[in-house]
Ligand binder design. Structure first.
Ligand SMILES: *[C@@H]1O[C@H](CO)[C@@H](O)[C@H](O)[C@H]1NC(C)=O
Ligand SMILES: *[C@@H]1O[C@H](CO)[C@@H](O)[C@H](O)[C@H]1NC(C)=O
Ligand SMILES: *[C@@H]1O[C@H](CO)[C@@H](O)[C@H](O)[C@H]1NC(C)=O
Ligand SMILES: *[C@@H]1O[C@H](CO)[C@@H](O)[C@H](O)[C@H]1NC(C)=O
Ligand SMILES: *[C@@H]1O[C@H](CO)[C@@H](O)[C@H](O)[C@H]1NC(C)=O
Ligand SMILES: *[C@@H]1O[C@H](CO)[C@@H](O)[C@H](O)[C@H]1NC(C)=O
Length: 294
């Protein structure tokens, strides 16, 4: 009877005990496979090796390891090559640099340089990268197309090239955004057979009123200075620091907070004065020189 009980106990304990250092089967990956020998059970510190199909490029670790029931790091990915065909090149008046026009594969994260047919202008950049099976081909604009009239405009931006009445097909204008504005897109627009290619957009900066910073007892290290406001360009950050003797109201162990300008209105932190509780003096008294009244 006793041995039977022990057996049951051992049976009940065994799975939970053994699963402590066993990993599940490692994940399969697309366009690749596990090349290390498969096992029935994977124990702590067991390793597994991945390999991608020919032409595919491994992104991430080649080996992963069983650690505390988890595979670490995460399994890799196999990135697809780009297929550029002769027909695609011909349809877009493109050649590979050197004048070749043939179908080819380009591995992910590898690049190809292009040129256009005679009489066409290439929209930069001429070198394009393959990103997991996708490559955006450059545009070739015919110099024999229709002229364009007045150049396009973009809000909060100016044209930095000379202004003309008529623009030939294939010619371009260059844009510059006004101070504190950040450019999104190519800084050039081309006249393409009577119409202009996409113009860049100038993104609004984040505006932080100085009066608000003063009110919240904040100092700014590297803000762009303008009279009444501090500006932060889109995509940039600014560090706001509480003045000496102040800490962040949200977290008293910090006095600085970073604000990232991403298009939403910035949330300005609150700083509050560092205060102490009254000291306790045994069998005595004290006379404060300053009293904090919240
Ligand atoms: C892409 O190639 C560059 C160098 O050519 C390398 O530094 C980078 O790590 C590569 N990126 C990936 C994801 O393989
Ligand atoms: C320009 O566009 C017109 C139609 O708008 C078209 O007939 C002509 O072939 C185009 N020219 C070039 C060089 O692409
Ligand atoms: C196109 O513009 C160029 C340069 O501005 C000018 O010399 C030419 O006469 C124009 N062609 C037409 C058809 O308007
Ligand atoms: C426009 O962009 C090109 C590369 O995309 C760069 O070399 C050039 O300096 C830029 N021009 C201006 C005025 O920013
Ligand atoms: C407060 O800041 C400390 C130090 O940076 C950090 O460790 C802690 O997690 C923060 N607490 C909160 C509630 O954000
Ligand atoms: C404070 O006073 C009490 C009684 O009046 C005494 O027992 C105690 O030892 C005193 N403490 C100190 C730190 O002097």
């Amino acid at each position: 009877m006793k041995s039977c009980f022990l057996l049951v106990a051992a049976f009940l304990l065994w799975p939970s005990f053994s699963s402590q250092n066993v990993c599940e089967e490692p994940d399969e990956i697309d366009f690749g496979e596990i090349v290390s020998t498969e096992k029935v059970k994977y124990l702590e510190n067991d390793r597994v090796q991945y390999r991608c199909n020919p032409g595919y490029v491994l992104e991430g670790p080649e080996w992963i390891q069983c650690k505390e029931q988890e595979w670490t790091p995460h399994p890799p990915k196999c990135l697809a090559p780009c297929r550029i065909t002769r027909q695609q090149l011909a349809a877009k008046n493109l050649f590979a640099f050197g004048g070749q026009r043939k179908t080819r594969f380009i591995q992910s994260n590898h690049s190809l340089q292009f040129q256009c047919n005679e009489g066409y202008v290439l929209v930069d950049p001429s070198v394009r990268n393959c990103v997991d099976g996708y490559m955006e081909l450059p545009l070739c604009i015919s110099e024999r197309g229709q002229n364009c009239s007045g150049p396009p405009r973009t809000e909060n931006g100016d044209i930095s090239t000379l202004s003309e009445k008529q623009y030939r097909s294939g010619s371009s204008v260059e844009f510059r955004c006004q101070k504190y504005y950040a450019m999104e897109g190519q800084n050039r627009s081309f006249c393409d057979n009577g119409t202009w290619t996409k113009v860049p957009i100038c993104l609004d900066p984040c505006m932080i009123p100085k009066a608000e910073l003063e009110r919240q007892k904040i100092e700014v290290k590297d803000g762009m200075d303008a009279s009444e406001n501090t500006f932060v360009q889109r995509g940039h950050s600014i560090e706001l620091t509480c003045k000496t003797g102040y800490v962040l109201a949200a977290n008293a162990s910090q006095s600085a907070s970073v604000i990232h300008c991403n298009g939403t209105p910035p949330v300005i932190p609150n700083c509050e004065e560092i205060t102490c509780n009254s000291p306790r003096v045994l069998n005595g008294s004290f006379r404060p020189t300053k009293i904090y009244i919240p």
